[in-house]
Ligand binder design. Sequence first.
Ligand code: ADP
Ligand code: MG
Length: 701
Amino acid sequence: MSESSLDTPIEFIKGVGPKRADWLRTELGIYSAGDLLEYLPFRYEDRSKFATVSGISTDSTAIQLKGVITGIKQVGSKRGSRLVARFQDDTGSLDLVWFKGAKWFASQIPVQQRVVVFGKPTAYQGKWNMPHPEIELESAFELRNGRGLQPVYRSTEKLTNRGLASAGIGRVIRSWLGNEEFQVPEILPQALLEELQMPGRLAAFRSVHLPADPPEADSARRRLKFEELLYLQLTLLRQKKRQTLDVPGVRFEQVGDHFNQFYKDHLTFELTGAQKRVMREIRVDVNTGWHMNRLLQGDVGSGKTMIAMLTALLALDNGCQACVMAPTEILANQHLESFREALKGMPIRVELLTGSVKTAARKPILQGLASGEVHILIGTHALIEPAVEFKRLGLAIIDEQHRFGVAQRSKLWAKASPPPHVLVMTATPIPRTLAMTAYGDLDVSIIDEMPPGRKSIKTVHRHDSARLSVFKFMEDEVKQGRQVYVVYPLIEESATLDYKDLMDGYESLSRRFPLPDFRLGIVHGRMKPKDKDIEMARFSEGTSQILVATTVIEVGVNVPNASVMVVESAERFGLAQLHQLRGRVGRGSEQSYCILMTSGEISKEANLRMETMCRTNDGFEIAEVDMELRGPGDLMGTQQSGVPDLKMADLMRDREILTAARYIASRILEEDAELELPKYAILKTELKRVQSGRPDWSRIS
Ligand code: ADP
Ligand code: MG
């Protein structure tokens, strides 16, 4: 291993040493020379122009001066000590000032030598000075071939106080890159680099840290990000192949009578373009001979259930049974109703199995499943109990997947051999690029089009001070026969206070909307499930008109007559949750409304959430904003976060490069799944190295 190897620990790099190595490790996670090179600048400054001291004016931003430091002194004051250095150029002089790290800088400043200083001048007591400038010997500056672009690196306060601000980090990186023996192995096949017109690896590192001009820096960044994302996609696609493509599946070869009859006689509307596209994707998938594992994303009301039905009919047409698993009894019941309604008159038996189906009623269902007389089974996780045996289960549909873990999915697999095709439906959209990486083992279908004629929900943001007019609005809606949800936040950590808010809110609403003209209901997580069901049923029958609730109503409840969703303390909800909540209204023919209530000042970020909700109803657009605000890891939730830790690329900003990497990775694997061709040897070697050295990637399931 040569001295200049990328694995060289950071403390052995010139200009680092054990102390700074420690800081680089803890503050930036930089352990080796390779990590350092992969620490890309986040922007560049144009350093080709010089200003003069006499030319400084009030509107100067950061400027660059050439001259000499004539002396330094420590100055004590009541507010603490500072370091002052006198800088002089041909036109005048100004003071350079350090308020922090004075001692360290005092030992570093080159006195009586030609220097280049860079910083933002500020006026202090009628004179210009420059706090915390960057200083570089003019000779070193020239040595960088007078390259005009200066990379800017993210640093931290701790590092800055120890001479590792952006400029210091840059110096360390450049000294390493300037090392004659320095070598970087290429990790992309030559032919691919040529095809994509990308620079080699060493050239890319040099250009990204020492660019001549913006286009050179850009193309270098692209190459490095692409390389990282390509290896990520190769990892994911190979994993997926192992987990799904290599598993045999039942073939649904024919579209038969059930499907055709339904399509001809029962479907009262035309499928949307998106629904048709998704059906095509599924039909291809279930006929490959391999096992389907597909995620179907689409906003509430976009018609996912219809896709579920059509796919179930396809299973039936091919001599198989199908099951639908929902996260709650309410949802399971709703699915049962819509399936029975839609399939009325067809020789198809649909049954329900939930925790509350009594033993006596269970027996014939279980028998029917075993004999094949029950064609479609709908239920909750009661479906995965061992007692439930199918004659020939060919398809398992899972609704609202975030409520089910991978473990539960795999229990469904065990119910048939070969395992049933799996279709997972979710109304919580995540950005495409994230889905592409986070759900490594799933194919993704997207319904991004609403059935025609749907009225979009009007969303407004109201301050607490407008409460009376909000109440008036609710009253008007109720008087027109509509129903209203009022939702309160309930966050685990502040549960007691939150319950108090909920109860206080319920009381004041009861006073404002008194019996007998109005009837209120309340549901929350501390109620017994039975009482909760009773309250929900009262609301869905229209017995109560206003339902005060916590987010227990978030998932799937369907009351088409409800037209108003009031969210209290809306600033405390995340975007995904607000979008889910809003999806509870707008299910009927009436115009629906969502009112987001906040009190007092709210944070800038909360404001952006409110604005986003008011601007759009598009779940994918909302998910993108959410991802920008929270980052991909948080968005996925901690338990199931399969989001890799990327060093150079960014899943959000580099979507385009990610898509390209995904495409190239699948093209390569299609040609050579095991990477055995000599031209891909380089990929095979590096992939092995990456997978052994990066625990973050092996987390992806
Ligand atoms: P999701 O499950 O995605 O929330 P559903 O499948 O329950 O949505 O569909 C919502 C409503 O829209 C249902 O009443 C359904 O019958 C109707 N629907 C579905 N697809 C279409 C379509 N292509 N055209 C008109 N209405 C549709
Ligand atoms: Mg649904």
